[in-house]
Design a protein around this ligand. Structure first.
Ligand code: TYM
Length: 342
C-alpha cells in the first residue's frame, strides 16, 4: 500500500483496526498528490542568524504555501552530544517560544517535540538498519542524527540549510531503497534551499555560522542585545578593500554582510550595494548591524511575552505532538507490516 493511501487513514487506531480486518477493510488506495513540508531544529540554545535566514524565515513563509506543514523540535537528535536534563527541558520550551515569536503559527503548521512521537524512533531504527556502512562512509560528517524524520509523516519537501543536504541525500537514498525492496511507499523528499542556505561565520567567512563556534564573535543570536550585535558586526572579518561590493568568491567576508543585509531588509543584493555607495566597510558593518537589530527587535519582544506563559508553550507542543503522531502512526504501522513485523 502506497503512502498516499495510508494517509487516508484517520488516526492510528482506525488504521490498525482496518489492518486487522484484512485488506478489504483497509483504506482505499487513491491518488493523493498532496505535498507535505517537514523540517526540524535542535533545541540547543537560541537560534542564530544562520538558523533564522537559512531555515526559520523560510519555514514561516512555507506555512502559507503548503497545506500540510510540520516543524519538529528534534530533542532526540540533540542528545547525541551530552545534555544537562534541566537545561534541555528549558531549551525545548525556549525553542518553542522562539519559533512562535518568529512567526510559526500552530494554526497553520504542526509544531511538535520529536521525542513525543515514538513512531519516529521506531522508524529511525528500521531505516537505520537499511543503511550500509559504505554509504555512511560517503558522508563527511556522520552523526546518529541523520534526518529520517521527514519519512515519518511521508513528507515531500524539506526546507533546510546547506549543511543538511548530505543528510537529505541519505534520506532520499533510503526512501528509494525502501521503495525498491518493498514497493512504492515513501515519497522521495526534496530539499528546499534559499539564497541564504549558508550564512557564514562573522570571524571566518569560509565557515558557516554555527551555534558551536568557540569564537563568540562569530555567531549572532536572535536574542543578542543591540550592543552585542554591533560589537560582533564591527569585528566581522572582511578584507583590505574599503568599498562595498558583492563578490562571494573574491570577497567572501563583505559579500556575506551584503547577503545578510539584503535578506534582513528584503531588498535585492544589487539594491543594497547601490545604497551603500560611498560607505567604507567600517561604516557599512554598522548599517548591517542596525538592520539586523531592527529585524530581530519585534521577535525579541514577542519572545519575552511568550516565555512568561509556560503552560501555553507546553500545550502547543502537546497538541502538535498529538497531531504529528496521528500522521506518523499509520505510516509506522504500514512500514512494520511491509518489513514483516505484523
Ligand atoms: N549558517 C547557517 N546558514 C544557513 N542555515 C543554517 C546555518 N546553520 C544552521 N542552519 C540551518 O538551520 C536549521 C536548524 O539547524 P540544526 O543544526 O538545529 O539542524 C539539525 O541539526 C538537523 N539535523 C535537524 C533535523 C532533524 N531532523 C530533521 C528533519 C528535517 C530537517 C532537519 C532536521 C537547519 O535547516 C540548518 O541547515
Amino acid at each position: 500500500m502506497a503512502l498516499h493511501s495510508v494517509r487516508k487513514a484517520r488516526g492510528c487506531w482506525t488504521f490498525i483496526r482496518a489492518l486487522h480486518k484484512g485488506s478489504r477493510a483497509a483504506p482505499t488506495p487513491q491518488k493523493d498528490s498532496k505535498k507535505r513540508v517537514f523540517s526540524g531544529i535542535q533545541p540547543t540554545g537560541i537560534p542564530h542568524l544562520g538558523n533564522y535566514l537559512g531555515a526559520i524565515e523560510n519555514w514561516v513563509r512555507l506555512q502559507d504555501e503548503y497545506d500540510s506543514v510540520l516543524y519538529s523540535i528534534v530533542d532526540l537528535h540533540s542528545i547525541t552530544v551530552p545534555q544537562d536534563p534541566a537545561v534541555l527541558r528549558q531549551s525545548i520550551l525556549d525553542m518553542t517560544a522562539t519559533l512562535l515569536a518568529c512567526g510559526i503559527n500552530p494554526e497553520k503548521s504542526i509544531l511538535f517535540q520529536q521525542s513525543q512521537v515514538s513512531e519516529h524512533t521506531q522508524l529511525s531504527w528500521i531505516l537505520s538498519c537499511m543503511v550500509r556502512l559504505p554509504r555512511l562512509q560517503h558522508l563527511h560528517q556522520w552523526k546518529v542524527n541523520a534526518i529520517y524524520s521527514p519519512l515519518g509523516e511521508g513528507s515531500t519537501h524539506v526546507p533546510v540549510g546547506e549543511d543538511q543536504v548530505q543528510h537529505m541525500e541519505l534520506v532520499q537514498d533510503l526512501a528509494q531503497g525502501f521503495n525498491k525492496k518493498y514497493g512504492e511507499f515513501f515519497p522521495v523528499p526534496k530539499s528546499i534551499l534559499t539564497s541564504m542556505k549558508k550564512v557564514k561565520s562573522l570571524r571566518d567567512p569560509s565557515a558557516k555560522m554555527s551555534k558551536s563556534d568557540p569564537d563568540k564573535l562569530a555567531t549572532v543570536g536572535i536574542t543578542d542585545s543591540p550592543e552585542e550585535i554591533v560589537r560582533k558586526f564591527r569585528k566581522a572579518v572582511t578584507d583590505f578593500t574599503s568599498e562595498v561590493t558583492y563578490d562571494p568568491a573574491g570577497r567572501p567576508g563583505v559579500s556575506n554582510l551584503v547577503a545578510v543585509h539584503a535578506a534582513v531588509t528584503g531588498l535585492p543584493v544589487q539594491e543594497v550595494v547601490r545604497r551603500s555607495a560611498g560607505m567604507d566597510t567600517a561604516r557599512y558593518k554598522l548599517a548591517v548591524a542596525d538592520a539586523v537589530i531592527e529585524k530581530f527587535a519585534p521577535i525579541k519582544r514577542e519572545l519575552e511575552k511568550l516565555k512568561l506563559d509556560k503552560d501555553h508553550l507546553e500545550k502547543v507542543l502537546q497538541a502538535g505532538s498529538a497531531k504529528a503522531e496521528e500522521l506518523a502512526c499509520p505510516v509506522c504501522q504500514e512500514v512494520k507490516k511491509l518489513v514483516g513485523f505484523l
